[in-house]
Design a protein around this ligand. Structure first.
Ligand code: MN
Length: 456
């Protein structure tokens, strides 16, 4: 059974071209002008943009955080992803301290297998360091896991300076790459102590105890360790102008630094934390926190200038009831925002339709770059013969409004409530099968994607 997507504008990182796309089985069989359909179904895509399925390299489904579990598991999170055009997510497997990496991987496989409706992979979290873990990093590559995560904040996740340096050396040797959460933990803890002592326990203290210079300091700090180790690194969820400056300085030194940012840093600001409605402010708590207008502007400029490699969501969703656990103590608000469903339409609306970036730029940061960075190119991330039949049919003429009432994410709010959208995801194909049709999510089965080395 084949499907011919006829007459759409096929987007790549180089531009858009009016071409037909023939899907056969799970694969893209042909891309060209005036392809014949044979016996198969023909879908008129006139006036539509055809993107490769979006890849979200940063989600947290079914994750325990601060005594609760994210509202989205792999079943609901993956369906929300598909509804918004994301056909592959890369989540984070995390062993508990003292466990081998393999134990973390086994646990996350169990969470995802049979439940995840879109394709998926895992980054492996390194939150401990010993000889066993050092050895296991090589074994992870055989499991198709080539990207890792380290933390410079959250004492439960940190491994220490020398260990981080050793991990960078080991990853380089094994052909892996690490994404790092950069914030200066010690000073954040001091600022939290001072806020507590002053009785300032509302969400307004959240951005004030995690200010931009403490992110930039950690980015610069990490990049000097990476310079010494001569290892590539990914700055995940980069949120502010000063961090971008640290990245530029390292790139000028010749370092390989990859940058990820998130829709909330491009679109939202820290003013919301001072909302007198405690819960309205609590719903915006995430780390790093939302920043200022000048940071947003700097991120858009960096995105348009090709300095940001990928836009991922850091989807980590909680319901209002879960966020309420942090009432009267901002440090107990579960941190994270929903977003896996809306990344594509947000980037199109505020990026492409607003004239800040082109469809090709959007394709690079949502498709090509994450596929290359995370070692699944060209199976994923491009519309070319032989690749997986993952396609987003985007209707730029549609108009919509983002609301919690109309979302598949398993939470009762969205930080983008009421935002008007330019265009909409009309249809989504996952490995040659229709997975979402104008907001209706169909039954599909996700596949674990074994990934190779970074190719960006
Ligand atoms: Mn995260």
């Amino acid at each position: 059974m084949s499907i011919l997507l006829r007459g759409g504008d096929v987007v790549s990182g180089r531009g858009a071209e009016r071409l037909d796309v023939l899907l056969e089985g799970e694969k893209i069989a042909a891309v060209g002008a005036d392809l014949g359909a044979g016996e198969g179904e023909v879908v008129d895509c006139t006036g539509k943009l055809l993107f490769p399925g979006f890849i979200d390299g940063h989600t947290h489904f079914d994750l325990e955080v601060g005594g609760t579990i994210t509202a989205d598991d792999f079943a609901t999170g993956s369906r929300a992803a598909l509804r918004g055009g994301t056909t592959t997510v890369i989540d984070f497997a995390a062993p508990d301290k003292g466990e081998p990496l393999a134990a973390g991987l086994a646990r996350w496989r169990e969470k995802a297998v049979g439940k995840c409706a879109c394709d998926y992979g895992f980054h492996m979290t390194i939150d401990d360091w010993n000889e066993g873990i050092c050895r296991e990093i090589g074994e992870m590559a055989e499991e198709g896991i080539t990207s890792f995560k380290m933390y410079m904040t959250y004492p439960a996740m940190m491994i220490g300076e020398g260990e981080m340096y050793r991990a960078l050396l080991r990853l380089k040797e094994a052909g892996g790459v690490a994404g790092v959460h950069c914030e200066n933990d010690g000073v954040i803890r001091e600022l939290v102590r001072a806020a507590r002592a002053a009785g300032r326990m509302s969400p307004g203290s959240h951005p004030r105890t995690r200010p931009a210079p403490l992110e930039a300091e950690a980015v610069g700090h990490l990049l000097r360790l990476a310079q010494l180790a001569d290892a590539p690194v990914i700055i995940v969820h980069l949120s502010c102008r000063e961090s971008m400056e640290e990245v530029r300085a390292a790139r000028r030194r010749g370092q390989r630094v990859y940058v990820e940012t998130c829709p909330h840093y491009l679109l939202l600001e820290d003013g919301g934390y001072d909302d007198p409605d405690y819960m309205a402010a609590a719903k915006l708590v995430c780390a790093p926190p939302l920043r200022k207008a000048e940071d947003r502007a700097a991120l858009w400029a960096a995105l348009a200038g090709g300095e940001i490699d990928t836009v991922a969501t850091d989807h980590c969703s909680f319901t209002t009831a879960q966020k309420r656990a942090g009432r009267y103590d901002f440090t107990k608000i579960p941190g994270g925002l929903p977003g896996v469903e809306h990344r594509g339409v947000l980037l199109y609306t505020h990026g492409v339709a607003a004239g800040r970036i082109t469809p090709a730029d959007m394709c690079r940061v949502l498709c090509e770059n994450p596929a290359k960075l995370y070692g699944c190119w060209p199976r994923k991330g491009c519309i070319a013969p032989g690749g997986d039949g993952d396609i987003v049919v985007y209707d730029p003429a549609a108009r919509g409004v983002i609301t919690a009432a109309d979302q598949a994410q398993n939470t009762d709010y969205t930080p983008y409530e009421g935002m008007e959208t330019a265009g909409a995801v009309a249809r989504v194909y996952l490995r040659g099968r229709l997975a979402a049709d104008r907001g209706r999510v169909l039954e599909t089965q996700g596949q674990f994607i074994r990934r190779g080395p970074c190719a960006l």
